[in-house]
Design a protein. Structure first.
Length: 588
């Protein structure tokens, strides 16, 4: 089979528009001639990733990450270059039959491999036992709950019989008892035995689709044990890094444009039965930084669909505040009567659940409704409490129309005049903090976008910009300078000169391919230079000035080297020779 040639790689890259591809993973907004997005490669709250449609490159002005469409797929999906080419070929509908593509090898920590293997083994065993005589009653329970064979297979649901099947099999497979206990699937108390017994088993997956734990549910009405038993946290199962159904929901979220966050995995399965596949669930913990990172890679629009009881609403309020502060667009589904999606589906069917899911509130509308449910607005102190809490939220609203709407609504709810509310807003700690944070973000962004360079390094950087945009400047550089002192810039100049030997005009996305994604420092510097805002076409006087600065820097460095040599030699003849070189250097 044929190997991938550079011509084929060029064809694949040119078959797509980088804006279309990145738009499959990120929410893009047009700003001038470019597009902007929240950067997925650092903890970004304000759009700092710029995508140039004309150059077919992207650049984050905060973390510095940049490249072409292949680079983005590599960085975003964490895949090798060949796999990124294959993925882009799918987007561009390029025929790849007849080409030999290397298989991706996912490296697993050798110490963790037994834990993953034992969980994969347990999944197969549990699924097998569900359809045996010992699992008959558990299967009947699932059937009664509306689980057909397709649903059971999709979610990997199984049954742990009332005996230690795993410990016995793990022993035969050669897993040490230390590793078995470490997996969380086996317990040790004078003897070794299975953690899960006589329960319906639901596998828990990490973001890459590997089984890392289980949740076992009782199914007998008379069973007095805890309804759910979950795997303990381990080296491979960390609740703060796990979102149920994340690996399976990615494509559905992309198509829907948003994700539902549910409270438990049974809610996710219920949502799937109602044809809503863009759902994930928390693992009994609050949202963490790792959860936010995972969500940012998926979407920036969240529909919180947590339980309708007081605890669920409080969790929705807290999660909403965190998500909003991180730049997510949030809506909250108002689940009625303290029920969850699973219960609503069971009693009211798909149409009933669909109707509930359409009833969404903005975070501030939800906050007002939530606070009103706890307060008695006939009481002055309670109305004042609502006023103060609501103003903390309204203070963060920048849109004048939205702000006016909520001031009017709050006035109606509390009977306080709008003037009093506006005065409270001015004194709100939230608005002061918000303004300070906004100012700080602007300062940090400006500092990151405009790194301080000495005049010589800046001359090299600007010269490279013009070399990228005009072959003649590259020729002038070769003839009059031919050298840059910054190591990265010197390497880029060499790549640019080499590119022009076979191309009349510059294609920066193509140049990135020739540099190679493994040279991330060069690629990031290249995209940074390409996005400089310098006037075009070039002026000869400006180019001559850049080259003069580079030459001046060369002389300065040479002078420093000679002065250092002068200090370290003792022989009078050697000192005289160095002095003469210094004199000659100053005459140049």
């Amino acid at each position: 089979m044929a190997r991938l040639s550079q011509e084929k790689i060029d064809e694949i890259r040119q078959s797509v528009d980088i804006v279309d591809v990145m738009g499959q993973y990120l929410e893009l907004h047009k700003k001038g001639k470019n597009y902007m997005a929240i950067c997925p490669f650092h903890d970004d709250n304000h759009p700092s990733l710029s995508i140039s449609q004309s150059r077919q490159i992207y650049k984050c002005f905060v973390c510095g990450n940049g490249g072409n469409v292949f680079t983005f797929i590599q960085e975003y999906l964490k895949v090798p270059f060949v796999e990124s080419v294959m993925k882009v070929a799918e987007f561009g509908h390029v025929d790849m039959s007849g080409y030999s593509l290397e298989k991706r090898v996912v490296k697993v920590d050798e110490a963790l491999a037994p834990l993953y293997d034992m969980h994969a083994f347990a999944l197969k065993l549990y699924m097998y036992y569900l359809y045996t005589q010992s699992g008959k009653q558990a299967l009947e329970y699932l059937r009664h709950r509306g689980f057909d064979d397709e649903l059971i297979k999709m979610f990997g649901i199984g049954y742990a019989p009332d005996k230690s099947i795993l410990h016995e099999r793990f022993q035969k497979e050669g897993y040490t008892e230390v590793a078995q206990v470490k997996s969380g699937l086996v317990l040790e108390n004078e003897r070794h035995y299975d953690r899960f017994r006589d329960r319906v088993m639901f596998p828990l997956y990490d973001e890459f689709g590997k089984v890392v734990g289980f949740s076992g549910r009782v199914y007998k009405a008379q069973d007095k044990n805890s309804k759910y038993m979950n795997s303990p946290e381990s080296d491979i199962f960390i609740k703060g890094k796990t979102l149920y159904n994340y690996h399976r929901a990615k494509e559905a979220v992309r198509q829907a444009g948003f994700v539902y966050i549910n409270e438990g995995f049974m809610d996710v399965i219920a949502m799937h039965r109602a044809h809503h596949d863009n759902c994930i669930a928390l693992m009994g913990t609050a949202l963490t930084k790792d959860h936010l990172r995972m969500l940012k890679r998926m979407t920036h629009t969240i529909h919180l669909c947590l339980d309708g009881d007081m605890a669920g609403q409080a969790a929705a309020m807290k999660s909403s505040d965190l998500l909003t502060s991180q730049g997510f667009e949030v809506k909250i589904v108002l689940l009625p009567d303290g029920r969850d999606p699973d219960e609503i589906l069971s009693t009211e069917g798909i149409e009933g659940l669909d109707a509930v899911l359409k009833d969404t509130l903005s975070p501030i509308d939800f906050m007002m409704a939530f606070e009103c449910s706890k307060l008695d607005l006939r009481n002055y102190e309670d109305r004042k409490t609502l006023l103060v809490k609501a103003c903390e939220k309204i203070a963060k609203i920048e849109d004048r129309i939205d702000r006016g709407h909520y001031i009017t609504k709050l006035s109606s709810l509390t009977d306080f005049p709008k003037e009093i509310i506006e005065e409270q807003l001015l004194n709100s700690s939230a608005i002061i903090e918000h303004r300070e944070q906004f100012s700080q973000n602007r300062i940090e962004t400006i500092q990151d976008q405009r790194p301080i360079l000495d005049k010589y390094t800046l001359a090299e950087k600007n010269l490279l910009f013009y070399m990228l945009n005009d072959r003649q400047v590259s020729d002038i550089y070769e003839a009059k300078a031919g050298f840059m002192h910054n190591d990265t810039y010197r390497a880029l100049a060499a790549y640019i000169r080499d590119y022009y030997r076979t191309h009349q005009t510059m294609d920066i996305a193509n140049l990135i391919d020739k540099i190679g994604s493994s040279h991330s420092t060069l690629v990031n510097a290249l995209t940074d230079i390409a996005e400089c805002s310098l006037p075009l076409p070039y002026q000869k006087e400006v180019i001559d000035d850049y080259i003069a600065r580079i030459t001046e820097n060369t002389k300065n460095i040479r002078e420093q080297e000679l002065q250092e040599q002068f200090k370290n030699v003792l022989a009078p003849s050697a000192k005289a020779e160095i002095l003469q070189k210094l004199i000659d250097l100053k005459k140049e």
